[in-house]
Design a protein. Structure first.
Length: 329
């Protein structure tokens, strides 16, 4: 099966989009229109993906508060009982505890900006900031792929003799072999390849740079993509390929990674998986090989060991093994 060229549009809430918004221009020009606390909060976030997510969440909240958009919502009038009512309603609609707490974090951030813009008094801001996160947990999402499925994934790429297959195999190998987020993988440039260390300079969350070291198989796939197809031209490491194997210098998007993995897993005949499942597979394999949590945390670019532990799927296998040893009947 031949893949179609990847031409998905990139969804991105950029700084330029926020800065040039009509609500900002009057304030910059000395007009009377106040800056939206929600916009100010979004500007304070480091990554475009975070701005996209929080913008979506704040639009939901604005609607719940009776406004038509996050810009027309009177965030300065927000009070503690409003925030508590919103979180309760979000929980009642079936959203996971972690998701509700992310909404709460966004509301606290907007309240802080409203206070700093003198649209909210300090007492109201402190009361909102004191609202506690919801407690509780859900079963972890996603899964770690077993070795036979990862082999099938790359076998599916090897069965395709197109340039797309070489690129896809290299990109999936980098995500899997280095435990990268999809945004980190598509954000790589050729100049980020550190040949002498067989590594990659990765820019992760919080604008933190780390060096990701590639296992032999990943390095081999990446060199095949660079040497046989991409070439040494400066620019994005993983680029779009048009019809008839026409190489471009356009960077792949986050959405393209989903599309590529979906097609390849369907060709491989394996169960549904997402790009982040490759990251979970990396963490689980590292821990299964006896690496300590601190090492895995650093490799994945996490700020906390607690976050790293959430990627460990070994417990599922242990529970299934314990179940199979039981014989009551």
């Amino acid at each position: 099966m031949t893949l179609m060229p990847d031409d998905e549009p990139e969804l991105n809430l950029s700084l330029a989009t926020l800065l040039l918004d009509e609500d900002f221009l009057p304030a910059l020009a000395g007009g009377e229109a106040p800056v939206s606390p929600a916009r100010a909060y979004l500007l304070s976030l480091n990554s475009p993906r975070s701005r996209q997510t929080m913008s979506s969440f704040l639009r939901v909240v604005a609607t719940m508060l009776g406004s038509s958009s996050l810009d027309t919502c009177s965030w300065g009038s927000l009070r503690r009982h409003h925030v508590m009512a919103v979180t309760e309603l979000l929980r009642d609609t079936g959203r996971a505890t972690a998701t509700v707490n992310t909404y709460l974090s966004a509301l606290k951030g907007v309240a802080k900006e409203a206070w700093m813009l003198k649209l909210m008094d300090v007492e109201s801001f402190q009361h909102i900031r004191a609202v506690r996160n919801l407690r509780g947990s859900r079963l972890p999402r996603g899964r770690a792929l077993p070795p036979e499925e990862t082999r099938a994934l790359f076998n599916a790429c090897d069965a395709d003799d197109s340039s797309l297959a070489v690129r896809d195999a290299a990109m999936l190998a980098v995500i899997l072999g280095c435990g990268l987020r999809r945004s980190e993988a598509v954000g790589l440039d050729l100049s980020d390849v550190v040949t002498e260390d067989r590594g990659l300079r990765v820019l992760g969350k919080g604008n933190k740079e780390r060096l990701a070291y590639m296992p032999a198989g990943t390095w081999q796939r990446l060199r095949m993509w660079i040497d046989d197809v991409r070439g040494e031209k400066d620019g994005p490491l993983f680029t779009r390929i048009r019809r008839f194997d026409t190489l471009t210098n356009d960077r792949l998007t986050d959405q393209a990674v989903y599309h590529i993995l979906h097609v390849r897993q369907r060709q491989a005949g394996i169960a549904e998986c997402a790009p982040h499942d490759l990251r979970r597979t990396f963490a689980t394999a590292m821990l299964d090989n006896g690496e300590d949590l601190i090492t895995v945390k650093d490799a994945m670019g996490h700020a906390s060991v607690t976050t790293t532990q959430q990627y460990d799927r070994r417990g599922e296998v242990r529970l299934k093994t314990a179940r199979d040893r039981l014989d009551f009947i």
